[in-house]
Design a protein around this ligand. Structure first.
Ligand code: ADP
Ligand code: MG
Length: 694
């Protein structure tokens, strides 16, 4: 149950005076939530400083100033198109107030000749005269001091003015009361942080530009609150998970040995290490939750297979789930011959399996006859039942939600989970999503790989690129040609790819193929199979080839409009080549003008192919939210914290959360109780449920 002290903050914005349903809707669009609290979290992005109040002779044009003047003559405009002017002065100089479409009566009342008034707004020079057009504020002389303030400037959305938003935020802040301090006193003192309430007030009342910085103490405190709530919630869930008994799965090595012997290569040191870590987890009493991170081409599939075989050796079943049909098939095609060579029954289940064929697969799983299953989302379906599922490998985690991961593990008893990702998630992001999830990293590449030569070229040199591709083809190369997401519209994308396909048919004829997201599964497979078999030499594709597709003899990657892709995505795409022993090339074609970020991205790609470094740079360039496309990634979105600048706080929050739960696992002590309020404040209600008397 949410504590009563938070009720006013979680009330709808319409509970604020002056906020009706129409504005409330706009505020929700703006802030991302319907509550009073959402307005409180909407921090200013700028400020207007009205403290500058010089005598007229000293005014610097171009600045916002608050000026005390005596009102002189009004000069109505002779025509509607000319402005209405009001002459003003002080002891040192003169100023003209300028109004367009003015109402004389109104202005006479507001700015009566002979009276002193305070006006605040931007001062400019026009025809050698100082003037202020439409002052932001007009007030009597007594109010000069109250006008000489700093006003926060808020991010806006269509239909909202700064005034409306500013007023609503002020009203929202009135609802805020002091909350019990949940932060550690020593940390707070060391960082010079204000109390929560004061921090919120300060964040909304910037005095200087530096107060707007994410590094300002008030903002850092608020960010830390959010990160601590995140880390505490994760730690609670994870403690609970660890307390749930797993079951020790010990293999005897008989299947793994057979498969290892059948491999045409030796495992790398990284692969061996990862396997030892996984085997250790599986043999332990607790449940495994481990991430296997490895750059594209680092050899995760074999590791997954051997891990699954360990479960089979222990007499249970294992499942491998991939995010797309193409990938599931590819995994199956790699794994099945090896599994079968070791005498292990394996099946593939995707959305395409229907009727009797599907029934047969399900029967094999239910009886336990089938030990290994590879599949897509189809594995989640209700009627898929296992005899004894003990281990699940989930490939490309960020395409699945956490919820789906749970759905699969619910199909077995104490299922050990291995998550594989080729997206080198920076450590920072890992922490926010999983806390201290165990990680194995494949840092070593399989031997014999040559680095990929990467070049960037403007798109208007396309003819040279086509000529280069032609030369490569004559030497037997195979080429990927990627057409980008042009807009958020599949149709437009498709048109671009189809046009390129037709254009490349001119020089290359039958040797060009096209694959895109709109094609039906079997159609896609056919094209991919023809490319893999070398019948197609140039494969024009939308980004469907991004994840995991393995055609080792492809050595050229052309990416059109590389400036439109994210770093991680470009890295993934580039990883489609350089998988065999041949020398590979990646051509990044860009169209100018290039923004600073796009330029930086292309530069990083030329410099390195270390996926982890690229991911870190990506985080710096883009901010966490955009990195993986937060919504589909299942990674949390932060309101107040910015991982690109607050990553030091994240590390502190992780340790802090650990320490808190070691000392007070039920959050029952005084600080513990305050921390419960924090969890509710950031809507981590689910985590509180894990506590006794939650
Ligand atoms: P990932 O899934 O990590 O991108 P894969 O598992 O698809 O990588 O492996 C890429 C290629 O490398 C495959 O063709 C695989 O057979 C090969 N491979 C894997 N491990 C090794 C190794 N230790 N030595 C040589 N080649 C390897
Ligand atoms: Mg793979």
């Amino acid at each position: 149950m949410r504590p009563e002290i938070l009720f006013p903050l979680f009330a709808p914005a319409t509970s604020l005076s002056g906020v009706g349903p129409r504005f409330a809707k706009l505020f929700e669009t703006l802030t991302g939530g319907p509550a009073v609290l959402d307005l409180c979290w909407h921090l200013p992005s700028g400020l207007i400083d009205r403290r500058y109040a010089p005598p007229l002779a000293e005014v610097l044009p171009g600045r916002i100033a608050t000026l005390t003047v005596e009102i002189g003559e009004h000069r109505a405009a002779p025509t509607r198109r000319q402005p209405y002017r009001i002459h003003c002065h002080d002891a040192t100089g003169t100023l003209e107030l300028v109004f367009f479409h003015a109402h004389r009566d109104y202005l006479m009342k507001m700015l009566p000749p002979g009276q002193t008034r305070v006006v605040s707004g931007k001062v400019e020079v026009f025809n050698d005269r100082l003037q202020m057009t439409h002052p932001d504020h007009i007030a009597g002389p007594a109010e000069a001091a109250s006008l000489q303030t700093v006003e926060p400037v808020y991010p806006l959305t269509a239909g909202l003015t700064l005034k409306t938003v500013g007023k609503a935020v002020q009203a929202a802040l009135q609802r805020v009361s002091d909350l019990p301090e949940w932060q550690d006193a020593a940390l707070k003192a060391r960082e010079g942080w204000p109390d929560w309430h004061a921090a919120l007030a300060q964040a909304h009342a910037p005095r200087e530009e530096s107060d707007l910085s994410p590094l300002a103490p008030a903002r850092r405190r608020l960010a830390y609150d959010e990160l601590l709530a995140n880390q505490l919630a994760i730690a609670l869930v994870r403690d609970r998970q660890l307390k749930q008994r797993g079951r020790p799965l010990k293999g005897d090595g008989r299947l793994c040995d057979k498969v290892t012997a059948a491999l045409p290569f030796q495992l790398t040191g990284s692969q061996r290490l990862a396997l030892a870590e996984i085997a250790g987890d599986m043999a332990a009493e607790h449940r495994m939750l481990r991430l296997l991170q490895g750059d594209v081409g680092s050899g995760k599939t074999v590791v997954a297979l051997l891990a699954m075989l360990t479960a089979v050796e222990a007499g249970s079943q294992a499942a491998l789930m991939a995010p797309t049909e193409i990938l599931a098939r590819q995994h199956f095609n790699t794994i099945a011959p090896l599994a079968r060579a070791a005498g292990v029954a394996i099946a593939l289940l995707t959305g395409r399996d229907k009727g009797k064929a599907r029934q047969a697969i399900l029967a094999g799983l239910a009886s336990g006859e089938t030990s290994l299953i590879v599949g897509t989302h189809a594995l989640f379906q209700d009627d898929v039942a296992f005899h004894d599922l003990a281990m699940a490998v989930i490939d490309e985690q960020h395409r699945f939600g956490v919820h789906q991961r749970l759905t699969l593990t619910a199909k077995g008893k104490a299922v050990d989970v291995l998550v594989m990702t080729a997206t080198p998630i920076p450590r920072t992001l890992m922490l926010t999503a999983y806390g201290d999830m165990d990680v194995s990293r494949l840092t070593e590449r399989p031997p014999g790989r040559q680095p990929i030569e990467t070049a960037t070229l403007p798109l208007d040199r396309l003819e040279e690129v086509v000529a280069g591709v032609e030369r490569a083809l004559r030497q037997g190369a195979q080429v990927y040609w990627i057409c980008p997401l042009v807009e958020e519209s599949e149709n437009v994308d498709l048109a671009a790819a189809e046009n390129r396909f037709r254009a490349l048919q001119q020089p290359f004829g039958e040797r060009v193929g096209l694959v895109h997201g709109r094609m039906k599964g079997p159609e896609k497979d056919t094209v991919m199979a023809r490319f893999a078999a070398g019948e197609i030499a140039v494969l024009v594709a939308t980004t469907v080839v991004e994840v995991g597709v393995d055609v080792p003899q492809a050595t050229v990657m052309v990416i059109e409009h590389a400036e439109r892709f994210g770093l991680a995505q470009l890295h993934q795409l580039r990883g489609r080549v350089g998988r065999g022993s041949g020398k590979s090339t990646c051509l990044l074609l860009w169209q100018g003008p290039l923004g600073e970020t796009a330029r930086a991205r292309l530069k990083i790609l030329r410099e390195t192919d270390d996926g982890f470094r690229i991911a870190e740079e990506d985080l710096k360039l883009r901010g966490a939210g955009e990195l993986l496309g937060t919504r589909q990634s299942g990674l949390p979105e932060f309101r107040l914290a910015d991982l690109a600048v607050h990553d030091d706080l994240l590390a502190i929050a992780r340790d802090d959360a650990r320490l808190i739960l070691d000392r007070d696992p039920e959050l029952a002590a005084e600080r513990g109780k305050a921390l419960r309020v924090l969890l509710y404040l950031f809507e981590r209600d689910a985590a509180v449920k894990y506590l006794r008397s939650g």
